[in-house]
Design a protein around this ligand. Structure first.
Ligand SMILES: CC(C)(COP(=O)(O)OP(=O)(O)OC[C@H]1O[C@@H](n2cnc3c(N)ncnc32)[C@H](O)[C@@H]1OP(=O)(O)O)[C@@H](O)C(=O)NCCC(=O)NCCS
Length: 200
């Protein structure tokens, strides 16, 4: 159970658990490996996002035991014990669509969550890690509001942008395509996705 203010482990399934990321440097190491230089966040940007919204910086950590894949994924593997394998980093706001502003700011009472990074250690990709994170993230947001209503707003939706080749990742994990994004970041076109947080 998340305690609303620190990094108590959140149970996942066999082989992994979730926790608020407490080591931004470790996330930055994955960010550099995962994203092309034109798209990855700098250490300063990740640190800013962590400082303003630590509860929206969710990591998946291995247990050293064989991992059960998420519902729609059958591959199994062993993730290294107590090691950050992948993460989602986000901030919040009130705008309905993603813009350069939403990428760079955080409004504590904003009910829309803007995902900036979904990143998995390249050694453990295509094993369902990002899917586990994307399925846990709305549950996590819902728990925050259920258990700590004085600290967190009731988030209603999650927005992100992605390139076309990753449509299956987001469509398989409950997101809906809104269309091309107005955001220009790096050479390739971006598309915007939304997912309602719902009730858990
Ligand atoms: C994109 C990324 C997060 C995916 O993580 P992952 O743990 O490998 O994803 P999953 O194993 O949960 O993938 C689930 C499904 O998404 C799709 N998918 C995932 N990665 C894909 C890729 N590189 N190309 C095409 N489809 C992909 C597949 O349909 C996959 O199912 P399958 O393996 O049964 O074919 C990871 O490759 C990464 O960290 N990339 C660098 C950072 C990045 O580009 N992030 C996305 C920002 S929008």
């Amino acid at each position: 159970m998340t305690n609303g203010g620190d990094s108590t482990p959140i149970p996942g399934s066999n082989g992994y658990y979730f926790k608020w990321v407490d080591n931004v440097q470790a996330a930055y190491a994955l960010e550099m490996q995962g994203y092309p230089a034109s798209e990855g966040a700098s250490l300063a940007t990740l640190t800013y996002r962590h400082d303003v919204a630590p509860h929206l910086f969710l990591g998946l950590y291995g247990t050293g035991q064989p991992m059960d894949g998420p519902r729609n994924h059958s591959t199994t593997c062993v993730l290294p014990k107590d090691t950050l394998v992948g993460y989602i980093s986000a901030t919040a706001g009130q705008q309905e669509r993603l813009t350069h502003d939403t990428m760079a700011t955080h409004q504590p009472q904003g009910t829309r969550v803007y995902i900036h990074s979904v990143c998995v250690n390249p050694r453990y990709q295509r094993k369902g890690v990002a899917s586990c994170l994307l399925q846990e993230f709305p549950r996590h947001l819902c728990r925050l509001a259920n258990h700590f209503p004085d600290q967190y707003p009731r988030y209603d939706s999650i927005l992100l942008i992605a390139h076309e080749y990753l449509f299956p990742l987001y469509l398989k994990n409950g997101f809906r395509l809104l269309g091309p994004s107005s955001v220009v970041h790096g050479p390739e076109e971006w598309y915007e996705f939304i997912r309602k947080v719902g009730e858990y």
